[in-house]
Design a protein. Sequence first.
Length: 69
Amino acid sequence: LYTDGFIDAGAPEREPFGEKRFRAAIAGLQLQPAVRLPDLLTARGEEYLEGAIVADDMTCVAFELTSDS
């Protein structure tokens, strides 16, 4: 779950981070534990912004489903 702050990051000064980049970032982190994903995704967004001010919140929640069977 994530807010639009990730997708819109960068606009209007530059091309938004966008859903395509966001999905690619998630795919690149697929082997990471869910507990690390919010910090890692936020870091990817901040790297893209290259120090620009974040105009909106960048919030996400990750969870892992496990089976005991």
